[in-house]
Design a protein around this ligand. Structure first.
Ligand code: SF4
Ligand code: SF4
Length: 178
């Protein structure tokens, strides 16, 4: 994987391809793990000596990943872990992956360094659009800093689902796009 500083990215929109929910293991913090265990049982999680994770199915995908038509849906949207909310971006206190000037972002008094995992298919490269720089990234930073929970710009809009999929079907089952 390669990390790209945000100033080389024109825009990002999740198209719910599901790649990230198959290719990566989701690390949980303790409160997230506790909430999931209370609601779904300990079998929805796993652990090693150091970390807690969401369980994977035998095909390597997250146990909460569902497929509907050509879309992938998250069955854990109402308590989605921060690691999922933040992917494919990394919001860091230091320029860990280089290109410090291109990765630097100021949000009020906060100075952070933002990179994107180039494996995400939702990235478009080029000069950042106003919406990406001022709305989308702002939301990612606020989630990373723990001052926001809700997602608007940082998740795939439900309207992207095929028009024949009844919204009510998804809403009543707590299914939303990634
Ligand atoms: S975040 Fe990227 S890799 Fe993950 S589902 Fe969306 S487009 Fe696909
Ligand atoms: S976004 Fe949802 S389906 Fe995807 S890895 Fe996270 S919890 Fe699982």
């Amino acid at each position: 994987m390669q990390f790209v500083p945000w100033q080389y990215i024109a825009d990002w929109k999740c198209d719910a391809c599901g790649l990230c929910c198959k290719a990566y293991s989701v690390v949980l913090n303790f409160p997230e793990w506790l909430r999931i265990v209370k609601n779904y049982g300990v079998e929805a999680t796993t652990s090693d000596l150091n970390k807690l994770y969401l369980k994977k199915k035998s095909d390597g995908s997250c146990v909460f990943l569902y497929k509907l038509s050509n879309m992938h849906l998250c069955g854990l949207q109402h308590m989605k872990p921060d690691a999922c909310k933040l992917w494919p971006f990394k919001v860091l206190a230091n320029p860990k992956f280089g290109y410090a000037r291109e990765a630097l972002y100021h949000l009020g008094e906060n100075k952070v360094y933002i990179y994107a995992d180039s494996n995400c298919k939702g990235l478009k490269y080029g000069r950042p659009t106003w919406e990406f720089a001022n709305q989308t990234l702002k939301e990612f930073i606020e989630i990373a800093l723990g001052i926001r929970k809700e997602q608007y710009k940082t998740t795939a809009p439900i309207g992207n689902i095929h028009s024949s999929t009844p919204y009510e079907f998804l809403r009543t089952r707590n299914f939303y796009t990634l």
